[in-house]
Design a binder for this molecule. Structure first.
Ligand SMILES: Nc1ncnc2c1ncn2[C@@H]1O[C@H](COP(=O)(O)OP(=O)(O)OP(=O)(O)O)[C@@H](O)[C@H]1O
Length: 366
């Protein structure tokens, strides 16, 4: 399953000019406000007629301006999930799901519906109407409706933006399941680094209407050239395997052979997890620290020192667990005489890796 997108469209003060592929899994369009994310979504959905475009989904041409082809939205076989669920208020959850099915291009069996209902945890809601559901529940129904329409691609335009933190935490695992258990690719818009780290298989980073980087999430998020949200949002994404739960409530993981400790992780030993480690949470020490309360020490080599506007320095450390970013002051960098190629140790407090910063599933970008 894949999609190829090449788009060019100009507004008075803005030109979008992008070319990228959407492979299996979740491809996150990531970038600051005004970088062009929604314009891409609208063009792919068929809600905006671009000046020049070629969009192909599974070998089907949805839009080829050179050939005068531009299919209307209802012929694209694309399901869309917006910030607000946009369910029909007068219909029950079951009828809302049936509505998606009615417009499916292929017949969707009762078994498929039952699987989807189970996957999204909405079985108990089927006879209820949308106004009695929480925002997170409504969004899960909207996802079900989009998937049951027989869509070959799901567009998700900031689907969590209108939810509070508790509802976001409730719905993120469902997106993880869709990513890992379904073959339908998803193009997902977000400007939250934590959300990108948790969900993205592939990241397309946009800036002023151009793609500035694209590739597997682990590479793009650890690349100091790609900080669409600014240095303050910098953080690395590393992959780890859960080893065991200790009786004192700490879970032990292994990241590239290096041990890491987190507060009780809700997963079984052997599970693969992705961890986002924010750059401002990482302390550096040229010598291996001893006698600290912090449990996680990753040893590595400084790959790059990058001056940031203001007083900061972003340090890129290569470790067996992957690239780690650390945001420190220029004063600290000078005091520690940090330089590229130097061995260094990253100290990460166990509690600084918050629940919303780790998630399970297929993180390797396949
Ligand atoms: N219909 C329009 N007419 C003129 N300019 C537009 C139009 N739609 C979008 N733009 C401009 O195109 C640029 C990109 O907008 P777009 O909504 O795609 O960005 P975005 O990355 O989705 O932003 P956000 O995260 O705030 O939603 C902005 O400068 C915006 O003002």
């Amino acid at each position: 399953m894949s999609m190829q997108i090449a788009l060019r469209h100009g507004f008075a003060d803005f030109t979008l000019d992008v070319t990228f592929d959407v492979p299996a899994g979740i491809t996150v369009l990531f970038g600051r406000s005004g970088s062009g994310k929604s314009t891409v979504i609208r063009a792919v959905a068929g809600l905006l007629h671009p000046e020049r475009a070629r969009i192909e989904l599974e070998g089907r041409v949805l839009c080829d301006t050179a050939a005068g082809i531009c299919l209307p939205p209802h012929r694209r076989r694309i399901g869309t999930i917006f910030q607000d669920a946009r369910l029909f208020p007068h219909l029950t959850v079951k009828k809302n799901l049936d509505f998606g099915r009615r417009f499916a291009r292929r017949s969707v069996s009762e078994r498929e519906v039952a699987q989807m209902v189970e996957m999204l945890g909405i079985g108990a809601l089927l006879d209820r109407r949308p106004d009695g559901l929480s925002g997170g529940e409504q969004q899960r129904v909207a996802i079900g409706r989009a998937l049951l329409s027989g869509a070959e691609l799901i567009l998700a335009d900031e689907p969590l933006a209108a939810l509070d933190e508790a509802r976001k935490a409730e719905i993120l695992p469902y997106f993880e399941r869709l990513r890992d258990e379904l073959s339908v690719p998803m193009l997902y818009v977000s400007h939250s680094p934590a959300e990108v780290a948790r969900l993205a298989t592939t990241v397309i980073a946009l800036e002023r209407g151009k793609v500035i980087a694209q590739g597997p999430a682990t590479e793009i998020l650890s690349d100091p050239d790609v900080l669409p949200v600014g240095a303050a949002g910098a953080g690395a994404l590393i992959l780890a395997t859960l080893k065991m739960h200790h009786p004192d409530g700490v879970s032990e993981l292994s990241a590239g052979g290096a041990p890491l400790f987190l507060p009780q992780v809700e997963a079984v030993p052997g599970a693969e997890l992705r961890l986002r480690i924010a750059a401002h949470e990482v302390i550096l020490s040229p010598r291996r620290p001893e006698g600290l309360s912090a449990l996680n020490i990753l040893s590595g080599t400084i790959a790059e020192l990058r001056e940031e506007p203001g007083t900061g320095v972003l340090v890129v450390l290569d470790t067996p667990a992957g690239r780690i970013l650390s945001q420190i002051t220029r004063r600290s960098a000078t005091a520690l005489a940090l330089r590229e190629g130097m061995p260094c140790h990253a100290v990460i407090k166990t509690l600084s890796i918050a629940r919303e910063n780790y998630g399970g599933g297929n993180p390797r970008g396949v």
